[in-house]
Design a protein around this ligand. Structure first.
Ligand code: NAD
Ligand code: SER
Length: 313
């Protein structure tokens, strides 16, 4: 088989997607890449800056790549602190990946985000096709990335596919600087210290998803029958929607002494306020059978059990 290349493979999602794809297709068929060099990686690894077009082409040719999962990006909080870098990494990176795919005949998975929506988007049951006028640099790059992927599919016939991921919660690799990171940090702090200071207001609703569902969504979409996909890129996908006060209540069921206070970060609160409360993901359910396994209750039970074991609590 032609091999699979992952960009940004050392990040929160990439580090778990890499293992899932290795299990499915074999160690020798997955090429993990990142701008950083890992201390140790099981399988094939190459240092690759996705903004470097010739290295990208070289790597695709060298490993006979047929599919690219393009995960390298700067996330919302980092992008807001370094907007020009975010444009360069998120946009140049995506353009170079699409060009490599066009020239070498690869299919491409690119994650978009709830960040692709903005304050004028309907916040409840956010439709699949709706107003997208994001106000963060992250969001600007995510909408532009969605459109670029659509363009390459329509103009050049490149098999591009993508999801609008919500906040992803996981326990392997820490998140890389997003607005939804609180929903990961809270579990680590709850288990290790019994308390957490939240940077978002207690009533800030956002869509979320547990990592096993996020990984399965990406793989299932890439393996879906292309003739059934009307939207192709940027499917809304959600598994749950909650606010900080709800996740705290759920954690207390496992750790009754847990306490939470608030120290609002105006930048991340502003970003969160511009994002949907809850997306309608019926297009993903209808077109390729999206169906998440975890909700807030089952995810919290699993997160706490895994972290308690890890930290000997
Ligand atoms: P992350 O920040 O954890 O990881 C990103 C990885 O990209 C890092 O390992 C980093 O070293 C690498 N990277 C940065 N610049 C690079 C460059 N120039 N070339 C190559 N690699 C580079 O991010 P993540 O959470 O794993 O997100 C992956 C993708 O999913 C991103 O496109 C992100 O926007 C999207 N997404 C993530 C979430 C989430 O909650 N994690 C939600 C929605 C969308
Ligand atoms: N988790 C991501 C972020 O907050 C959403 O795309 O940036």
């Amino acid at each position: 088989m032609k091999k699979i290349l992952i960009t940004g493979a050392l990040g929160q999602i990439g580090s778990e997607l890499m293992v899932a794809l290795q299990k499915r297709h074999g160690f020798d068929n997955v090429v993990a890449t990142d701008i950083r060099k890992p201390p140790q990686v099981d399988g094939i690894f190459e240092v690759l800056d996705c903004t470097c077009s010739h290295r990208l082409h070289e790597t695709v040719i060298k490993h006979d790549i047929g599919t690219i999962y393009h995960l390298a990006a700067l996330l919302s909080a980092v992008a807001e602190a370094r907007p020009q870098d975010a444009w360069r990494v998120n946009m140049d990176g995506t353009l170079h990946v699409l060009e490599a795919a066009r020239i070498h005949g690869c299919s491409v998975f690119t994650p978009s985000s709830i960040g692709a929506f903005g304050p004028t988007t309907p916040a409840d049951n956010t439709p699949q096709d709706t107003i997208q006028r994001p106000t963060s640099m992250y969001g600007v790059t995510k909408v532009a990335g969605e459109l670029l992927c659509d363009y390459y599919a329509r103009r050049y016939g490149v098999d591009t596919r993508g999801l609008r991921y919500p906040g992803i919660i996981s326990n392997v690799t820490p998140p890389g600087g997003g607005t939804t990171d609180y929903a990961v940090d809270i579990y680590y702090s709850a288990v290790q210290q019994g308390k957490y200071t939240c940077f978002l207001r207690k009533d800030t609703f956002l869509d979320m998803m547990y990592m096993p569902d996020a990984i399965e969504a990406a793989i299932n979409l890439m393996e879906a029958d292309a003739s059934k996909l009307k939207h192709r890129n940027a499917f809304n996908v959600s598994a749950m929607s909650f606010a900080p006060e709800h996740i705290a209540t759920e954690i207390k069921k496992h750790l009754p002494g847990f306490t939470m206070d608030y120290q609002i970060d105006p930048v991340r609160q502003g970003i969160a306020d511009s994002w949907p409360n809850h997306m309608d993901d019926s297009a993903a359910r209808e077109e390729w059978g999206w169906s998440p396994k975890y909700d807030l209750v089952s995810m919290t039970a699993d997160m706490i059990s895994v972290l308690k074991n890890r930290f000997g609590k």
